[in-house]
Design a protein. Sequence first.
Length: 202
Amino acid sequence: MKGYPTRIKRVIENLQKLPGIGVKTAERLAMSLLRRSKKDSIELAQSIKDMVENTKYCSKCRNFSETDICDVCSSPNRDKKVLCVVEQPEDFFAIERAGEYRGLYFVLHGSISPIEGIGAEELGIDYLVKRVKSEGIKEVIIATDPDVSGEATAIYIARLLQDSEVVVTRIALGIPAGGHIGYADEITMVKALEGRRRIILE
Ligand SMILES: [Zn+2]
C-alpha cells in the first residue's frame, strides 16, 4: 500500500479488515469508490454508519433488529410454541425468505468450538433453555450447519433439553454436509425443515 495518500490508505486498511477481502480487492474497492459518483460513495458510507448505530440484538431471539423486540418475535401471527435455533442471522433470514416456517427463532451467533473458545455461554444457550421452559415451547428445531461444530451444538442443546417435555428435532440433510444453512436455496430450505427428525440421544 506504499505510495497511496494517507486517506486512501486508511480506507484500504479498513476494507481489508472485512472477511474475504485481501489487499488487492481492498485497493480495487477503494479506487472504485473514488471513481464512481461522490454521492453514491457518501451514501454507502452513511448507510453503513446508520446501520451500525441503529441495529441492536432482539432481546428475545438475539437476531439483529432495529427495535428491542424484532418484527418476527412481536408478530401475533407466529406459532409461539415452535422455536428454530440457527447459528447466524443470515440463516434466520434465509429461512424467512423460504416463507414456509411460521414459528419463532433463536440466533446463537456461532456454534460450539472449544478451539476458538466459543462455548455455551457465548452462544446464549442458558437463555435459550430458559426461554424454552418459561414460554412452554413444544418443539425446538435445531438448524445449525451440518458440520462438526454445528452437529456438536445440536447434540449439546438436545441434551440440555432431554429432561423437559419439549421435542427436539434436527433439520434434514437437504443442506449439503459441511455447507451453510444461510446459502441454501428456498426449495432446499423448505425440504430440510419438512424432513426434520427427532434427535435421539444415546
Ligand atoms: Zn426477535
